[in-house]
Design a protein around this ligand. Structure first.
Ligand SMILES: [Zn+2]
Length: 454
């Protein structure tokens, strides 16, 4: 009975042929995705302690630019929904991320592995949650302001993620990259004998409507948001980048994802003009990507998030902590007292930390890796070398800003990122030498687990 191709099959063959022709001319692909975006202001309404620098002596004195939580929801052709949410904060600890994720799971049926929470690491944002608490000397009243603000950010994050999911519309999603020379290896800036690698990639996801109207841009870059250090609330240079991108493309929502910028600073700095310039440079780099040929993401989305136990080099004994609790340095004293409290409460101090590694694969075209903590540059360079510099995006500062995450190189070199910074994060000691291998091995496992075998 079947002698000629069914009309639907013929139609889909024709469609496939047209798509091939379309792609050959660099046109956008047919919409196999749905996408939705939302953003909400999270600028604190009252004066509040500012995060990132321990040297500040008073709370905020005003607002330079509004700060936001932003969310981009993506749904693949199989109906699988995942969300990238970005917060203009210096940090987010596990407890705060879990609170947001747990409510998103309950209210929107969004599994934990399908939610990325990335922070810009602005050092001109308010203190929120518990990250770096040992760095700040807050009164009870200031702590209460932070507690209320944290609750507000959690509620607004959940709301914004819900709005992005609700806004899902047919869309195309494309990936491309540019380069921008904003980041300087800050360890080399102070110690000229060090090699000082940097990652200058500017990964971009462009979300467009089926008729090619740009709806959203997700852009990554690896450098601390520390161009400014005064008492005005802002999202530092990434905030200027986002407003510049949104001004150049009216109606578009832009999201910034911090990369493995643990040992990178924008230099020179400390002048608003420079922060604006870095923002403009990133916006120019984004436009370069948008003008060029981008890779349409066509496959299905595969997601996973797991933790791996990273060891501390040394767990201090009670006697060591007793001694340190009388140290001349107030940060060392505080740190020791806090660990003694943990010891009294739990009977032990954990020798490892459950480190979060998240991997999303967009078909065969893009591997997106989101790592916890202040990840140094060696991780992104190593992972991109392994999975392809042209098709891999490595975000740091995601899901739990537990500490700096040094590489073997940084641990060997010594210095702040792998060393004394651990005190400000309240960790028992520096990480053990195996930290890089353990994390990279976990990434490898998860990439394998999510690789489409077709
Ligand atoms: Zn930092």
């Amino acid at each position: 009975m079947l002698t000629s191709p069914a009309p639907q099959r013929l139609a889909s063959c024709l469609l496939a042929a047209l798509l091939l022709v379309g792609n050959a001319f660099g046109q956008s692909p047919a919409p196999t995705w749905k996408a939705g975006v939302a953003k909400t202001v999270i600028t604190p309404k009252e004066t509040i302690w500012m995060a990132g620098f321990g040297s500040r002596e008073k709370p905020s004195e005003g607002v330079r630019q509004d700060i936001y939580v932003r969310a981009a929801a993506l749904q693949d052709a199989d109906g699988k929904t995942a969300v990238i949410a970005t917060l203009d904060l210096a940090g987010i600890e596990k407890e705060m991320a879990d609170a947001i994720a747990e409510r998103c799971g309950r209210e929107f049926n969004l599994p934990r592995d399908r939610l990325v929470l990335n922070i810009s690491h602005t050092h001109s944002g308010p203190v929120a949650g518990l990250v770096l608490m040992p760095l700040y000397d807050l009164t009870a009243q200031q702590r209460e302001v932070v507690r209320k603000y944290t609750d507000d950010v959690i509620a607004k994050s959940v709301e914004t993620i819900g709005q992005a999911i609700k806004a899902l519309q047919p869309a195309t999603v494309e990936f491309g990259q540019s380069l921008a020379g904003i980041a300087v290896n800050r360890r080399r800036a102070t110690q000229r004998s060090l090699p000082g690698p940097v990652d200058h990639d500017v990964p971009v996801l462009a979300i467009r409507t089926p008729d090619k109207k740009l709806v959203a841009v997700l852009v990554g870059y690896a450098a601390h948001a520390t161009a400014l250090n005064d008492y005005l609330i802002s999202n530092d240079w990434p905030g200027f980048a986002l407003s510049e991108i949104e001004q150049r493309h009216p109606g578009v929502t832009a999201l910034f994802l911090q990369g493995c910028g643990g040992d990178a600073n924008p230099l020179p700095r400390r002048v608003e003009k420079l922060a604006r310039m870095y923002g403009e440079i990133l916006a120019f780099a984004v436009d370069e990507v948008l003008r060029g040929r981008m890779t349409p993401l066509t496959g299905s989305l595969r997601t996973t998030l797991e933790t791996t136990e990273v060891p501390f080099h040394h767990v201090p004994t009670r006697a060591e902590l007793d001694q340190r609790s009388h140290d001349a340095n107030p940060f060392v004293r505080q740190h020791a007292k806090r660990l003694l409290e943990v010891l009294a409460r739990d009977g032990k101090i954990a020798a490892t930390y459950p480190y979060p590694v998240q991997v999303w694969q967009f078909g065969k075209e893009l591997t997106f890796i989101a790592l916890g903590g202040e990840v140094v540059v060696d991780y992104s360079l190593r992972l991109k070398a392994r999975y392809g510099f042209d098709r891999t995006w490595v975000a740091g500062y995601s899901n739990d800003i537990l500490a700096y995450i040094p590489s073997r190189r940084v641990l060997n070199e010594g210095g702040y990122e792998g060393g004394e910074s651990m005190i400000y994060f309240g960790r028992p000691s520096r990480f053990g030498a195996a930290v890089e291998e353990i994390i990279v091995e976990k990434v490898n496992d998860l990439v394998e687990q999510t690789t489409d075998i077709q």
